[in-house]
Design a protein around this ligand. Structure first.
Ligand code: HAM
Length: 422
């Protein structure tokens, strides 16, 4: 049996790379135009950084979704299951609160979660993550959501709608959880096993249930949105008004619950209909209080992350054509043994300015042209006895079939002039 990648992980093959690069470049441009700077934090952190952030009743902790291990110094370390905790740890460690505020930071990279694998749900996947730290203003919420929407539409996704809600302040959440406990505890024997566990640990998570008997109990009940205090409600109204002003398609989600415990007030997601059950492209929200709970200053913050694999999947659903893998501009073919070293030497020189491939053994012209074509090159450059005698290369345009003899010294310029039309 052939060796296999670990379940839930995948290789990004050369032919996949153009789409990944295009996404990354576009995202960087959009986010940096909006004042974001990139930050790269380690792939693993002390486990407690993640537990403290996500919360004891989050999916990450309750469903044991973290890849945690003990190192040789008996320290408990965890592969990052999200960017936010490591980023906040770095913000605190480097005293970044003294920099001009609000500060906006983004990261792109792999994330690890020990989840049940299915389409769109992997154990190593990638996120683009953005955090804005230092302002509690609703304007920042709206602008951060708008930036997410713009980032995805610039990539080419359309028909997106932001599902926007508010989970209120911690007191509101506590009141809602109390309400759910009071209402559902008398009916506990009708709840599923997972439902019961959620009722015990974090009743709000029941709103996410797919179990039909749990749904029947929860559907008629009030929503977290009905429990907002007046300031949280006014904050939400202002975010809503700004999204209207900027024509960002949005809908109210009164029962938005996220798998992480740290959110307060604004919470949002964007879904895509074409990518199956795991339809959430991205999610995020406000998390005032979190920096302080990690031992930092009392800095408010809001952020989001989207799954790169899910967004690429959605892009492929919307427009199935893939960008082609760019081949070299020219492919050099040695037609005899002496030419093998000659073309390798010429290729080294040309590569200072151009992408160039070559064959490593001598070829007859037919086979050489086939190799050039398979490499994706636009020009085949042939070298044999005749060319050596004349101090030339024979250059063939593989699309038009046109052929020309080009002086050795003129080859770089000849090809350079033709890079535009690639
Ligand atoms: P999250 O909702 O857990 O939020 O993840 C964000 C996105 O990552 C999801 O919407 C989804 O596209 C993708 N994703 C999550 N799990 C998987 C998986 N197993 N396989 C593939 N893609 C997945 C967070 O991670 C928060 N840290 C976002 C945030 C930043 N909130 C504030 N700041």
């Amino acid at each position: 049996m052939k060796p296999q990648a670990v379940k839930g992980t995948h290789d990004i093959l050369p032919e996949d790379i153009p789409a990944w690069r295009q996404l990354e470049q576009s995202v960087r441009t959009t986010l940096e135009r909006a004042g974001a700077s990139e930050i790269r934090t380690p792939v693993f952190e002390y486990t407690e950084t993640f537990v403290k952030t996500a919360g004891e009743s989050s999916d990450l902790v309750v469903q044991k979704e973290m890849y945690t291990f003990t190192d040789r110094g008996e320290r408990s370390l965890t592969l990052r299951p999200e960017f936010t905790p490591g980023l906040l740890r770095a913000y605190i460690q480097h005293g970044m609160h003294v920099r001009p505020s609000p500060i906006r930071l983004y990261s792109i990279g792999p994330i690890f979660r020990a989840e049940n694998v299915q389409r769109g749900r992997y154990r190593q996947f990638h996120q683009v993550n953005l955090e804005t730290l230092g302002s509690a203003d609703a304007l920042v919420d709206a602008e951060t959501v708008a930036l997410l929407y713009d980032t995805l539409t610039v990539l080419g996704l359309d028909n997106l709608t932001v599902r926007l809600g508010s989970v209120g302040d911690p007191e509101d959440r506590a009141a809602y959880n109390r309400y759910l406990r009071d209402t559902l505890e008398p009916e506990a024997d009708r709840l599923s096993e997972t439902g019961l566990e959620r009722l015990r640990l974090n009743p709000m998570r029941l709103l996410d249930t797919k179990d039909p008997s749990d749904r029947a109990l929860i559907d008629p009940l009030k929503r977290p949105f009905d429990f907002l205090n007046s300031e949280a409600a006014a904050h939400f109204a202002r975010v809503w008004e700004l999204l209207e002003l900027w024509n960002i398609p949005h809908e109210l989600d009164t029962s938005i619950v996220r798998g992480l415990d740290y959110y307060r007030r604004t919470a949002f997601e964007i879904h895509h209909a074409g990518i199956g059950a795991q339809s959430a492209l991205c999610g995020g929200g406000r998390y005032d209080g979190l920096v302080r709970s990690l031992g930092g200053p009392d800095t408010p913050g809001i952020g989001w992350a989207f799954g790169v694999e899910r967004v690429l999947d959605a892009l492929a659903e919307d427009s199935p054509e893939r960008p082609a893998l760019p081949g070299p501009l020219a492919f050099l073919v040695p037609l005899d043994a002496e030419a093998v070293t000659e073309v390798a030497t010429t290729a080294r020189e040309l590569r200072r300015e151009l992408p160039v491939g070559h064959a490593f053994v001598s070829r007859n012209p037919g086979r050489g042209l086939r190799d050039a074509d398979r490499s994706g090159a636009r020009y085949a450059v042939l070298r044999g006895t005749n060319e050596r005698e004349n101090g030339t290369f024979q250059v063939k345009n593989l699309q038009s079939g046109e052929q020309e003899d080009v002086q050795e010294a003129a080859l770089t310029d000849y090809l350079l002039e033709r890079t535009e039309s690639r």
